[in-house]
Design a protein around this ligand. Structure first.
Ligand code: SF4
Ligand code: SF4
Length: 70
């Protein structure tokens, strides 16, 4: 998949593995492995849903437009 303008990533620290991001992802791209959210970039469409729902605000995007306010 080509890199998009809204590339999403999860911070290496701070994730509590709650799974909220995986539940709201419309593409099945997010999963939690050993209490760390992991994105399957083959499926991710960079919609930003996970970033807006993460209670710990550890999901970020390149442009900084999706992360929920603290
Ligand atoms: S919603 Fe946030 S804290 Fe919860 S598993 Fe996903 S990245 Fe981690
Ligand atoms: S940006 Fe959208 S498609 Fe990508 S992991 Fe998050 S919720 Fe899923």
């Amino acid at each position: 998949m080509a890199e998009t303008a809204h590339q999403i990533w999860v911070a290496e620290t701070g994730c509590i593995g709650c799974g909220m991001c995986a539940r709201v992802c419309p593409c099945g791209a997010m999963s939690v492995v050993d209490k760390q959210a992991v994105i399957d970039y083959e499926r991710c469409i960079s919609c930003g849903m996970c970033a807006t729902k993460c209670p710990k605000h550890v999901i970020h995007d390149t442009l900084g437009i999706f992360a929920a306010a603290e």
